[in-house]
Design a protein around this ligand. Structure first.
Ligand code: GLN
Length: 183
């Protein structure tokens, strides 16, 4: 887990509950020999600033672009995106996912909500917890992996999976299990 900011503890708990070994990443050297990286939800602007400050931005970008698998949720999705609308002060993403997102794009009235999500490969809907979630405006060449009301809320591209919602807060371990099993 990238552990600079946000909901990394909850991801750690979910991964440990399914028997995965976990490591908190706060320094570049902690990226060595990882099987995969989780980029958690939180605040993408803060996470980006902290990554730059800790010298993690370029090493993480390089590792992911060389094929390190990642599960990115919410703010993590924004960090991976090609285009960010309503970012702060020229906020940029890694551009490793060919998607355009609007930060906090679900609007004021529905900053946070729960809704059933259809996820590719799952028999039953997944309880989607959306918290000031990014709205996916364009999926480019990425594959749509999850939808809520016909709106893409999960995408995949290469070994990157990004979700608008928070599986680590749902109490449902299926998506973490799927991700780990596919490594
Ligand atoms: N709105 C946050 C951001 O822009 C994302 C919210 C979240 O990760 N729950 O980074």
């Amino acid at each position: 887990m990238l552990a600079l900011q946000g909901a990394f503890k909850e991801h750690e708990r979910a991964l440990q509950a399914i028997g995965a070994r976990t490591r908190l990443v706060r320094l570049p050297a902690e990226l060595d020999d990882l099987d995969a990286l989780v980029i958690p939800g939180g605040e993408s602007t803060t996470m980006t600033i902290l990554m730059e400050r800790m010298g993690l931005w370029e090493p993480v970008r390089k590792a992911l672009s060389e094929g390190l698998p990642a599960l990115a949720t919410c703010a993590g999705m924004i960090v991976l995106a090609r285009d960010i609308t309503d970012g702060v002060n020229g906020q940029h993403g890694f551009g490793l996912l060919d998607i355009a997102v609007r930060r906090n794009g679900y609007g004021r009235q529905v900053h946070s909500f729960e809704a059933p999500v259809r996820v590719e490969g799952l028999d039953h809907e997944f309880p989607g917890v959306f918290i000031r979630a990014p709205f996916v405006e364009d999926t480019g060449t990425a594959d749509v992996y999850a939808v809520q009301d016909d709106q893409p809320v999960g995408v995949r591209q290469g070994r990157l999976t990004a979700l608008c919602f928070h599986p680590e807060l749902s109490g449902d371990l299926r998506l973490h299990r799927e991700f780990v099993n596919a490594l």
